[in-house]
Design a protein around this ligand. Sequence first.
Ligand code: ARG
Length: 278
Amino acid sequence: MVRPVGSAAAVTARHYLMCRPTYFAVEYAINPWMDPVAGVDRARAIRQWEGLRDLYRSLGHRVSEIAPIEGLPDMVFAANGALVVDGRVYGARFASAERTPEGPAYLDWFRKAGYTDILDPKHVNEGEGDFITLDDVVLAATGFRTEAAAHQEAERLLGRPVVTLQLVDPRFYHLDTALFALSGEQVAYYPGAFSQGSRRVLRSLFPDALLATEEDAAVLGLNAVCDGRNVVIAAEAAVLADRLRALGFEVHPVELDELRKAGGGAKCCTLELRGAPD
Ligand code: ARG
C-alpha cells in the first residue's frame, strides 16, 4: 500500500502557470470527449476555472497567468504548453493543427518571464500533458499525441531518465488523464489506459501504487494535482477520493465538468513551473 502521508507530510509551495478560459469553446473534436454540436457554457467554465485558481492560492501556491489568445479555445489547458524541470523549459509542439499556435505562444511567455534555458522542440510533444516528473525519473507517454522521439529529446535537455509508456485507450489520450504523482516517488493510475508492456513497467516501478477504478478514470479523476498532502481532484471521483483520504491526503473536490467537455480537468489547466529561471 501507499505509505500514509499524515498531517506531518511536507507540503512545498508550488508555482503554477494557468490560462483563463476567456475564449474557451468546443469547436473541433481532437479527442473523444469533444462534441462541437453540444458546445459549452463559457461563463460557467470561467467560474469553475477561477474556483480552481483561487483554491491553489488558498493552499499557499503561487499562480501566474498567461494571456489567453482569441481563436485558441484549448489554450486553457496550460499543462500542454511546456514541460519545466529545474528551470529548464522544454517547449511543446502540438499534434493537431488547431493547437499548433499555442506552442510559440507559451514559449514567448517563458522568454518574457526570464527563462533562458529553453528548447524549441523538433518532435511532437504536448508538454506536461504527456510528461510526469518524479524525483528520479520522468514518465512520458506516447500513443496518441507525443512522439517517442520527444522522450529522448526531453531526456537530453533535462538530464533525467525518461521512461516511455504506451497509452492505448483514446479516452485517456494524454498521460495526465491516466496517472498522477502522489509524491516524488509514488503515483496513482488506471491500468486499463496502458499497454500490457507498460502495465508491467508501472508495476515494477511502483509495486505499491494507488490503482484507480475505470469509473473514477472516466470522470478524469486521475487528472488531479497533488502537492504532497493536498489533492485537487474531480468532484465525481468518489472512490479515488476515499482511497486518498484513507491514506491521509487532504482531498479538495473541484467541479470542472464544463472543461471536461473538451477532455480536460484540474491537471490539464495547470502547468507546474519547477525551478525559477536562472
Ligand atoms: N481539448 C484538449 C486537447 O484535446 C484537451 C487537453 C487536455 N489537456 C491535458 N493535459 N490532458 O488537446
